[in-house]
Design a protein around this ligand. Structure first.
Ligand code: AMP
Length: 178
Protein backbone atom coordinates (compact mmCIF):
# COMPACT_ATOMS: atom_id res chain seq x y z
CA UNK A 1 0.00 0.00 0.00
CA UNK A 2 1.46 3.39 -0.91
CA UNK A 3 1.62 6.35 1.44
CA UNK A 4 -1.32 8.16 -0.19
CA UNK A 5 -3.55 5.13 0.32
CA UNK A 6 -2.38 4.83 3.94
CA UNK A 7 -3.19 8.52 4.53
CA UNK A 8 -6.58 8.08 2.89
CA UNK A 9 -7.40 5.10 5.14
CA UNK A 10 -6.06 6.83 8.23
CA UNK A 11 -8.28 9.84 7.51
CA UNK A 12 -11.29 7.51 7.58
CA UNK A 13 -10.52 6.17 11.06
CA UNK A 14 -11.96 8.18 13.92
CA UNK A 15 -10.21 8.44 17.27
CA UNK A 16 -12.50 8.69 20.28
CA UNK A 17 -10.80 9.60 23.55
CA UNK A 18 -11.83 7.82 26.77
CA UNK A 19 -13.99 5.16 25.09
CA UNK A 20 -15.07 2.66 26.31
CA UNK A 21 -13.19 3.62 29.48
CA UNK A 22 -11.02 6.53 30.64
CA UNK A 23 -7.55 6.63 29.09
CA UNK A 24 -8.42 4.50 26.03
CA UNK A 25 -8.02 6.10 22.60
CA UNK A 26 -10.62 4.09 20.72
CA UNK A 27 -9.85 3.68 16.98
CA UNK A 28 -13.21 3.54 15.28
CA UNK A 29 -13.13 1.83 11.88
CA UNK A 30 -16.85 2.31 11.14
CA UNK A 31 -16.33 5.43 8.95
CA UNK A 32 -13.81 3.47 6.89
CA UNK A 33 -16.30 0.64 6.37
CA UNK A 34 -18.95 3.19 5.38
CA UNK A 35 -16.72 4.57 2.60
CA UNK A 36 -17.00 2.31 -0.46
CA UNK A 37 -13.61 3.25 -1.89
CA UNK A 38 -11.80 3.14 1.46
CA UNK A 39 -13.34 -0.22 2.38
CA UNK A 40 -12.41 -1.72 -1.00
CA UNK A 41 -8.85 -0.38 -0.76
CA UNK A 42 -8.44 -1.74 2.77
CA UNK A 43 -9.60 -5.23 1.72
CA UNK A 44 -7.31 -5.18 -1.28
CA UNK A 45 -4.33 -4.10 0.84
CA UNK A 46 -5.02 -6.71 3.55
CA UNK A 47 -4.94 -9.48 0.95
CA UNK A 48 -2.32 -8.14 -1.46
CA UNK A 49 0.77 -9.93 -0.14
CA UNK A 50 -0.96 -13.30 0.24
CA UNK A 51 0.28 -15.70 -2.44
CA UNK A 52 -2.47 -17.37 -4.49
CA UNK A 53 -3.48 -20.78 -3.09
CA UNK A 54 -1.32 -20.28 0.03
CA UNK A 55 -4.31 -20.11 2.42
CA UNK A 56 -7.04 -22.68 2.99
CA UNK A 57 -9.23 -20.68 5.34
CA UNK A 58 -9.71 -17.22 6.83
CA UNK A 59 -10.45 -17.03 10.56
CA UNK A 60 -12.25 -13.88 11.67
CA UNK A 61 -12.42 -12.77 15.29
CA UNK A 62 -15.79 -11.59 16.64
CA UNK A 63 -17.03 -8.97 16.11
CA UNK A 64 -15.20 -6.44 13.96
CA UNK A 65 -13.00 -9.13 12.43
CA UNK A 66 -16.18 -10.57 10.88
CA UNK A 67 -16.71 -7.37 8.90
CA UNK A 68 -13.38 -7.85 7.15
CA UNK A 69 -12.84 -11.60 7.27
CA UNK A 70 -15.76 -12.69 5.10
CA UNK A 71 -14.83 -10.28 2.34
CA UNK A 72 -11.15 -11.30 2.48
CA UNK A 73 -12.05 -15.00 2.38
CA UNK A 74 -14.01 -14.34 -0.80
CA UNK A 75 -11.09 -12.44 -2.33
CA UNK A 76 -8.72 -15.31 -1.54
CA UNK A 77 -11.16 -17.91 -2.77
CA UNK A 78 -11.48 -19.71 0.54
CA UNK A 79 -13.98 -20.30 3.30
CA UNK A 80 -14.56 -18.44 6.56
CA UNK A 81 -13.97 -19.66 10.10
CA UNK A 82 -15.78 -17.43 12.61
CA UNK A 83 -14.04 -17.42 16.00
CA UNK A 84 -16.63 -16.37 18.51
CA UNK A 85 -17.24 -15.20 22.05
CA UNK A 86 -18.53 -17.90 24.43
CA UNK A 87 -22.04 -19.22 24.18
CA UNK A 88 -22.71 -18.16 20.57
CA UNK A 89 -21.89 -21.33 18.64
CA UNK A 90 -23.84 -24.55 18.93
CA UNK A 91 -21.27 -27.12 20.05
CA UNK A 92 -19.30 -29.15 20.39
CA UNK A 93 -16.71 -26.38 20.47
CA UNK A 94 -13.02 -25.90 21.09
CA UNK A 95 -12.44 -23.04 23.52
CA UNK A 96 -9.57 -21.07 25.00
CA UNK A 97 -9.57 -18.73 27.99
CA UNK A 98 -7.16 -15.82 27.97
CA UNK A 99 -6.24 -13.03 30.37
CA UNK A 100 -7.27 -9.41 29.85
CA UNK A 101 -5.90 -6.43 31.77
CA UNK A 102 -8.82 -6.89 34.16
CA UNK A 103 -10.36 -10.35 34.21
CA UNK A 104 -10.43 -12.85 31.38
CA UNK A 105 -12.21 -13.67 28.16
CA UNK A 106 -12.80 -16.72 26.00
CA UNK A 107 -12.90 -17.57 22.30
CA UNK A 108 -14.59 -20.59 20.74
CA UNK A 109 -14.79 -22.36 17.41
CA UNK A 110 -16.68 -25.44 16.33
CA UNK A 111 -15.01 -28.84 16.48
CA UNK A 112 -14.31 -29.99 12.94
CA UNK A 113 -14.32 -26.49 11.46
CA UNK A 114 -10.58 -26.70 10.67
CA UNK A 115 -9.28 -29.63 8.63
CA UNK A 116 -5.99 -31.10 9.93
CA UNK A 117 -3.10 -29.04 8.56
CA UNK A 118 -5.35 -26.38 7.00
CA UNK A 119 -3.45 -23.10 6.51
CA UNK A 120 -5.43 -20.43 8.33
CA UNK A 121 -5.05 -16.65 8.01
CA UNK A 122 -6.42 -14.72 11.02
CA UNK A 123 -8.14 -11.35 10.55
CA UNK A 124 -9.13 -8.68 13.06
CA UNK A 125 -9.57 -4.93 12.91
CA UNK A 126 -6.89 -4.05 15.45
CA UNK A 127 -4.10 -5.57 17.52
CA UNK A 128 -3.29 -3.99 20.86
CA UNK A 129 -1.71 -6.27 23.51
CA UNK A 130 -2.14 -9.26 21.20
CA UNK A 131 -3.97 -11.33 23.82
CA UNK A 132 -6.98 -11.89 21.58
CA UNK A 133 -4.95 -12.73 18.48
CA UNK A 134 -2.58 -15.06 20.36
CA UNK A 135 -5.54 -16.92 21.88
CA UNK A 136 -7.11 -17.26 18.45
CA UNK A 137 -3.85 -18.63 17.00
CA UNK A 138 -3.48 -21.13 19.86
CA UNK A 139 -7.06 -22.27 19.38
CA UNK A 140 -6.45 -22.90 15.67
CA UNK A 141 -3.20 -24.73 16.42
CA UNK A 142 -4.87 -26.92 19.08
CA UNK A 143 -7.64 -27.77 16.64
CA UNK A 144 -4.98 -29.09 14.22
CA UNK A 145 -4.76 -26.09 11.90
CA UNK A 146 -1.61 -24.33 10.73
CA UNK A 147 -1.52 -20.61 11.61
CA UNK A 148 -0.42 -19.02 8.34
CA UNK A 149 -0.39 -15.43 9.58
CA UNK A 150 -2.36 -12.48 10.89
CA UNK A 151 -3.62 -9.33 9.20
CA UNK A 152 -5.00 -6.25 10.95
CA UNK A 153 -6.11 -2.84 9.78
CA UNK A 154 -4.44 -1.22 12.80
CA UNK A 155 -1.50 -2.00 15.05
CA UNK A 156 -0.82 -0.22 18.34
CA UNK A 157 2.88 -1.19 18.47
CA UNK A 158 3.50 0.37 21.88
CA UNK A 159 1.26 -2.32 23.37
CA UNK A 160 3.48 -5.07 21.97
CA UNK A 161 0.92 -7.37 20.36
CA UNK A 162 2.63 -7.77 17.00
CA UNK A 163 5.93 -8.47 18.79
CA UNK A 164 4.23 -11.22 20.86
CA UNK A 165 2.93 -12.87 17.70
CA UNK A 166 6.37 -12.61 16.09
CA UNK A 167 7.95 -14.18 19.22
CA UNK A 168 5.54 -17.10 18.79
CA UNK A 169 6.85 -17.46 15.22
CA UNK A 170 3.74 -16.05 13.56
CA UNK A 171 3.75 -13.50 10.76
CA UNK A 172 1.65 -10.46 11.70
CA UNK A 173 1.11 -7.44 9.46
CA UNK A 174 -1.03 -4.32 9.71
CA UNK A 175 -1.93 -1.55 7.32
CA UNK A 176 -1.71 1.35 9.81
CA UNK A 177 0.09 2.11 13.07
CA UNK A 178 -0.88 4.49 15.88
P1 AMP B 1 -5.80 -7.07 22.35
O1 AMP B 1 -6.29 -8.44 22.72
O2 AMP B 1 -5.29 -6.27 23.52
O3 AMP B 1 -4.80 -7.11 21.20
O4 AMP B 1 -7.07 -6.25 21.85
C1 AMP B 1 -7.56 -6.46 20.57
C2 AMP B 1 -9.05 -6.43 20.50
O5 AMP B 1 -9.60 -5.37 21.26
C3 AMP B 1 -9.45 -6.21 19.07
O6 AMP B 1 -10.50 -7.12 18.76
C4 AMP B 1 -9.87 -4.77 18.99
O7 AMP B 1 -11.03 -4.65 18.21
C5 AMP B 1 -10.11 -4.32 20.43
N1 AMP B 1 -9.36 -3.10 20.78
C6 AMP B 1 -8.32 -3.02 21.66
N2 AMP B 1 -7.87 -1.76 21.78
C7 AMP B 1 -8.62 -1.00 20.96
C8 AMP B 1 -8.63 0.40 20.61
N3 AMP B 1 -7.76 1.28 21.13
N4 AMP B 1 -9.52 0.82 19.69
C9 AMP B 1 -10.40 -0.05 19.13
N5 AMP B 1 -10.45 -1.36 19.42
C10 AMP B 1 -9.57 -1.85 20.32
Amino acid sequence: MNIDDARHLQALIRTIPDFPSPGIQFRDVMPLLADAHGFARALEALAEDIAPHSIDMVAAIEARGFLLGGAIAQRLGCGLLPVRKPGKLPGPNHGIDYALEYGSDRLEMQVGSVKPGARVLVIDDLIATGGTALACGELIARAGGHVAGFRFLIDLPDLGGAARLAARGWDARSLLRY
